[in-house]
Design a binder for this molecule. Structure first.
Ligand SMILES: C[S@@+](CC[C@H](N)C(=O)[O-])C[C@H]1O[C@@H](n2cnc3c(N)ncnc32)[C@H](O)[C@@H]1O
Length: 275
């Protein structure tokens, strides 16, 4: 009974995450106001609030403070709950197999709060005028979100969103640790998933004051999150991660020779035993 409940919780959480991710795409791109709404007529009803549309009209200063507060809550939830010490503490109070799902559920709820309470500041800072420039903006936006999704599959989509853990407990298998891997784009940059978010946040054909605030605050959060994540990875993987960090750029692919783990590091256990 308990095993089934944990599995159902993990599946439900994954569904909530996926819906929230799709909403984030629509929210960031104001998709309900684009030609996509002709293809999907329910889109405006499904996405009542986006970064520039639908939130409560608010004066500039309170709007900025509320919006920054919402991003700060998101950043705090992500950063505190992702730390090794917090995860270990949580596993003492909850079934260990549900720990990642709890993280994913809370992260989705914090994002929903942001979608709901976001105050649009729709005055435009820039807008692509030519069709080619608009298309370029959309390609960066869509490519960014595509890169986010691809990166989750490259490092282990089902582990990142808790499904692997709840499935293993349901089938009575011993939990296997999350593996550190460096496939494809992880040989060009260390943080392709975050790079994807940056492209999606700053892409698109227009940029309003509110959108720039959203993108700017999340950019700051991502840069902080990278520092915290790398500190944990160095602690967990030691020389293996230090060597990787020396040779692979953080976010901007460089001209350095591609990373070859077999050549560049001594073989070490590739595990995060806490996950
Ligand atoms: C939201 S993901 C972001 C991953 C990476 N920072 C990126 O931008 O592609 C965060 C989780 O991925 C893990 N992680 C980071 N790099 C990894 C890698 N190369 N292989 C496996 N897991 C990784 C971190 O330990 C953390 O639990």
């Amino acid at each position: 009974m308990k095993r089934t409940a944990i599995l159902l919780f993990g599946l439900l959480t994954y569904g909530v995450f996926f819906a929230t991710f799709l909403y984030l795409v629509a929210f960031t791109g104001n998709l309900q106001a684009t030609g996509l709404a002709d293809l999907i007529p329910v889109l405006p009803a499904l996405v009542p609030h986006s970064v520039d549309i639908g939130g409560a009209p608010t004066a500039l200063l309170p709007a900025v403070l509320i919006n920054l507060g919402l991003v700060a809550v998101f950043g705090l939830q992500h950063s505190v709950m992702a730390r090794l010490g917090f995860k270990t503490w949580l596993k003492r109070h909850l079934p260990a197999s549900a720990e990642r799902s709890v993280y994913v559920l809370l992260a989705s709820m914090v994002l929903m709060l942001l979608f709901w309470q976001w105050r649009p500041l729709p005055e435009l800072l820039w807008s692509a005028s030519s069709t080619a420039a608009q298309a370029f903006g959309w390609i960066v936006f869509a490519g960014g979100f595509g890169l986010v999704l691809l990166s989750t599959f490259l490092i282990d989509h089902f582990d990142l969103f808790g499904l692997r853990q709840v499935w293993q407990q349901f089938t009575g298998r011993l939990p296997t640790p999350h593996k550190f891997v460096t496939p494809l784009i992880y040989r060009l940059v260390r943080h392709p998933l975050y790079l994807g978010f940056l492209l999606a946040l700053w892409g698109g054909p227009t940029m309003s004051i509110g959108h720039a605030l959203f993108a700017g605050a999340l950019t700051v959060y991502i840069l902080i999150a990278i520092q915290l994540e790398e500190r944990d990875l160095v602690r967990e993987l030691g020389e293996r991660y230090v060597s990787y960090r020396k040779q692979v750029p953080m976010l901007v692919p460089g001209l350095a020779r591609p990373f070859d783990e077999a050549r560049d590091t001594a073989p070490t256990a590739a595990a995060d035993p806490s996950r």
